[in-house]
Design a protein. Structure first.
Length: 279
């Protein structure tokens, strides 16, 4: 992983005092979070604590009520139009719990459609890059297959490759293993590990505690819409100071033999569709 002194001082992602409610339900209650270029940042915590909502705010899928969000030189909280948000999403990859692949397109076609239509790449360049990415996620032998012919783990690896096809400067992972059979989790985590080792800036919402401890530069623990505690993996997993963090990890790591199933935060299908189609 990149050493701290090789990273730009200015965070690639910066959230300050983010508030968001769904009706009378206050989901985020003042979130502060930074991600430096080249970092892997994990957000952990109980289901419903606001983890996935934070990711959606970063990309403008959800509009905050208060606070500021900056991604690179873009002030996300000031974006007014969908066209402006699409410009942001060209630079930010998002891999959801559900794979959201186009079922009527082959694996290769799923990867080339956005670079061609959104970035204006030629068919030859888009396909060349797509084949390289499929090899990277060990799916080159499935280029002509359709999503319905793939296992869940294979579909998720294709979804990661599709996000990378847009050449993002940041990629967000929203509990990408929670819907997978335990036997296929490892193949997806291996791909994510390799991306972090290559220096890709990643933010992960995950219930895979040991994985988060192993690959993260910084870990944030959320509870009830607040950042309760954050710090290095060693601090959070070995020496947490907050009683709520200690209790959560005691239960989560005590169940390490069983991979918890996470429902995550509510996600409007319209938001998924809009994001998928826009990029």
């Amino acid at each position: 992983m990149p050493s701290p002194d090789t990273r730009a001082e200015q965070p690639l992602v910066s959230l300050r005092d983010i508030h968001l409610s769904f009706g009378s339900n206050r989901v985020l209650k003042g979130i502060d979070l930074d991600v430096q270029r080249g970092q892997a940042v994990s957000i952990i915590g109980p289901s419903g604590s606001g983890k996935s909502t934070i990711l959606r705010c970063i990309t403008g899928l959800l509009q905050t009520e208060r606070g500021s969000i900056r991604v690179g030189d873009t002030d996300v909280h000031t974006l007014k139009t969908e066209a402006q948000r699409i410009e942001l999403r060209k630079r930010v990859g998002f891999v959801f719990q559900q794979y959201n692949l186009f079922p009527h397109l082959s694996v290769l076609e799923n990867l080339v459609i956005a670079p061609r239509k959104v970035l204006g790449e030629s068919a030859a360049n888009a396909e060349k890059h797509a084949h390289e990415l499929l090899a990277k996620v060990r799916m080159e032998h499935k280029a002509d297959a359709y999503p319905g012919q793939l296992s869940g783990g294979q579909q998720q690896r294709v979804a990661i490759a599709r996000a990378l096809a847009m050449r993002p400067e940041l990629i967000l992972f929203d509990e990408v293993t929670s819907a997978l059979d335990p036997e296929t989790v490892g193949e997806v985590l291996t791909v994510i590990r390799e991306l972090t080792e290559e220096g890709m800036t990643c933010v992960l919402v995950t219930h895979e505690m040991r994985f988060a401890e192993d690959i993260s530069d910084v870990v944030y623990f959320t509870e009830n819409g607040l950042i309760v505690e954050h710090g290095s993996p060693e601090h959070i997993f070995q020496r947490p100071t907050h009683e709520r963090t200690q209790t959560f990890l005691r239960h989560a790591l005590g169940d390490a033999g069983r991979r918890p199933v996470a429902s995550g935060d509510p996600l409007l299908l319209s938001n998924i569709s809009r994001y998928s189609l826009s990029v």
